[in-house]
Design a protein around this ligand. Structure first.
Ligand code: NAD
Length: 455
C-alpha cells in the first residue's frame, strides 16, 4: 500500500494532472473502456446478483456516461482561476481563487451498484485533477475483479489504480497519508472510516444510508404513486441506498394503495417473480438471512416467498407494522416494503423529526400545502415529489446525505467541487505600503477606528 500511495504522490507531483486536457483524455479513455466492455459488465453483474442487463445499463453505465459527458463539457469553466473583488483594506491588490486538486484520493465503494458507485466518485476526482486509488467492494467479487482488470491494464498505476480487498485492505490503505477519502457504504463503517481519517486529518465525504420514507397523502394520484413506489423499491431487488424503505399512507387510501402496489408487482415481475428475467437476487447469504428474518408471517400482505439456494426474496408487502417491529429498526436494503398508515400529517412530521435524517424522502401528493409543509419541516438528503429515486438522474442536483446518512455532495459540479480545494490568493502591489498596521501602535487606534468606518 505504501508503494501504491507513494507512486501516486510522485505522479501527482509531476503536475501532469493539472493539465485539463490530460484530465479530459483520461475521462474519455474510461468511457471508451466501459463502452467496449459493456457485455462483460452485464455478465459480471449477472454473476454477482443476477442483475438484469436493462437495470445494469440504466443504473450503472448510463449514469456514468451521462456524468462523463457533463464533466467534459464543463471542466474548462470550473477549473478556471476566478477573480474576486479585493478588499479596500488590502489596497492595492488583486484577489483570486484557484481551484486545486487535493492530491491522492481514495474511493471506497459498496457492492449494491458496484460499477456506478465505484466509478462515479472517481470521475469527479479525475475531473478535479487528483490521482485515484479505488477499492471496490469484495461483496461483488466478479465486478471487483473486472474493474481491477480493466483499470489496471489501461491506466498508469501512479494515476489510477484499483486495489481489491476487504476491510483489512481498506484499513491498510487508510493508514497511508492520503489527501482525500470518498466513502460510500453503511453508517456503521462510515464511522470507522471517519475515525481513521481523523488520525491524519484527511478530508472526507461520507455517502451513507438510512431509512428513506415515502409518504402518500389522500390527494395523491394513487395508481401512479403505486407504480413509482414499486419501481423504486424493487429495482436492484431493493438494494438501493435511496429506495423507499417504507411507506406512510393516509388511512383513507391505505387498503387501495396496498392492492395497487400488489398489482404493480405482478405486472412488473409476473405471478412468480422467481421466474422473471427482470428481478435481481440478494448479494450474499448474510444479507439473505438478515432480510428473511425481517419477514414476520403475520404481517405479510403480499409475497414472503424466499429461497436460500438462489438468495431469492419475493417482492414483499408487510402491513400492521409499528416502529417497534424488527423491520423498522434498521435500513431494510432489500425487497421488503412495510406500509404504515397515518391520520394526521403533522403527527407524521413530528415522528420523523425525531428519527435519524434519511438519505431520501418521497412525497406523493397533489396538495401544495402538504408539499410545502413536508419539505419545509423535514431534513433529508434529497428527494422527489410524486416520484422515487429519479432525482439521481439529474446531474444538476447535488447528491448527498445529512446527519446519519452522511455528509458532502457529488454529481456534476458538486463532484468537481468535492475533490477540489479552492485556494485563495491575494497578490499585493509594491508601489504603496500604508504604515498604519505596523507596530508601534502609539496614537494609531483612533485612526484605525476612523478608517474602519469607511471599509
Ligand atoms: P459497507 O459499509 O459494509 O462496505 C462499504 C465498503 O467499506 C466496502 O468496500 C468494504 O470493503 C469497506 N469496509 C467494510 N468494513 C470496513 C472496515 N471495518 N474498515 C474499512 N473498510 C471497511 O456497505 P455495503 O454493505 O457495501 O453497502 C450498503 C450500505 O451502503 C447501505 O447502508 C447503503 O444505504 C449504503 N449506500 C449508500 C449510498 C449513498 O450513495 N449514500 C449508496 C449505496 C449504498
Amino acid at each position: 500500500m505504501e508503494d501504491i500511495v507513494q507512486k501516486q504522490k510522485q505522479f501527482f507531483n509531476t503536475g501532469k494532472t493539472l493539465d485539463i486536457s490530460f484530465r479530459k483524455e483520461q475521462l474519455r479513455k474510461l468511457k471508451n473502456i466501459l463502452k467496449e466492455h459493456e457485455n462483460e459488465i452485464y455478465e459480471v453483474l449477472d454473476q454477482d446478483f443476477q442483475k438484469p442487463p436493462f437495470e445494469s445499463h440504466a443504473t450503472e453505465l448510463f449514469v456514468l456516461y451521462q456524468e462523463i459527458d457533463h464533466l467534459l463539457s464543463n471542466i474548462d469553466g470550473w477549473a478556471k482561476t476566478k477573480k474576486v473583488k479585493s478588499s479596500l483594506i488590502n489596497f492595492p491588490s488583486k484577489s483570486y481563487i484557484k481551484p486545486q486538486p487535493y492530491g491522492v484520493a481514495l474511493v471506497i465503494a459498496p457492492w449494491n451498484y458496484p460499477v456506478q458507485l465505484a466509478l462515479n466518485p472517481v470521475l469527479g476526482a479525475i475531473a478535479a485533477g487528483n490521482t485515484v486509488i479505488l477499492k471496490p467492494s469484495e461483496n461483488a467479487p466478479h465486478t471487483s475483479e473486472l474493474l481491477a482488470k480493466l483499470i489496471n491494464s489501461n491506466f498508469d498505476p501512479g494515476f489510477f489504480k484499483v486495489v481489491e480487498g476487504d476491510a483489512e485492505t481498506t484499513q491498510a490503505l487508510l493508514s497511508e497519508p492520503l489527501d482525500y477519502i470518498f466513502f460510500t457504504g453503511s453508517t456503521h463503517v462510515g464511522k470507522i472510516i471517519m475515525k481513521s481519517a481523523a488520525e491524519q486529518l484527511t478530508p472526507l465525504t461520507l455517502e451513507l444510508g438510512g431509512k428513506s420514507p415515502a409518504i402518500v397523502d389522500q390527494s395523491a394520484d394513487l395508481s401512479l404513486a403505486a407504480k413509482r413506489i414499486t419501481w423504486g423499491k424493487f429495482i436492484n431487488a431493493g438494494q438501493t441506498c435511496v429506495s423507499p424503505d417504507y411507506v406512510y399512507v393516509h388511512t383513507s387510501v391505505h387498503s387501495e394503495l396496498c392492492h395497487l402496489i400488489q398489482k404493480e408487482i405482478r405486472s412488473f415481475y409476473g405471478d412468480d417473480p422467481k421466474q422473471s428475467d427482470y428481478y435481481a437476487r440478494i448479494i450474499n447469504d448474510k444479507h439473505f438471512d438478515r432480510l428473511a428474518n425481517l419477514i414476520t408471517s403475520e404481517n405479510i400482505f403480499y409475497g414472503g416467498d424466499t429461497d436460500p439456494g438462489t438468495r431469492y426474496i419475493e417482492p414483499t408487502i408487510m402491513t400492521e407494522i409499528t416502529w417497534d417491529d424488527p423491520v423498522m429498526q434498521e435500513e431494510i436494503f432489500g425487497p421488503i416494503l412495510p406500509i404504515l398508515s397515518f391520520d394526521d400529517l403533522d403527527k407524521i412530521i413530528s415522528i420523523l423529526q425525531n428519527k435519524s435524517k434519511p438519505l431520501a424522502l418521497y412525497l406523493f401528493s397533489t396538495d401544495n400545502s402538504n408539499q410545502k409543509k413536508v419539505f419545509r419541516n423535514l431534513q433529508f438528503g434529497g428527494g422527489c415529489i410524486n416520484d422515487t429515486v429519479a432525482h439521481l438522474g439529474n446531474t444538476n442536483l447535488p447528491f448527498g446525505g445529512i446527519g446519519n446518512s452522511g455528509f458532502g455532495l457529488y454529481h456534476g459540479k458538486t463532484s468537481f467541487d468535492t475533490f477540489t480545494h479552492p485556494k485563495s490568493i491575494m497578490k499585493k502591489s509594491n508601489w504603496l505600503d500604508i504604515p498604519l498596521r505596523y507596530p508601534p501602535y502609539k496614537g494609531k487606534l483612533k485612526w484605525l477606528k476612523k478608517l474602519t468606518k469607511f471599509l
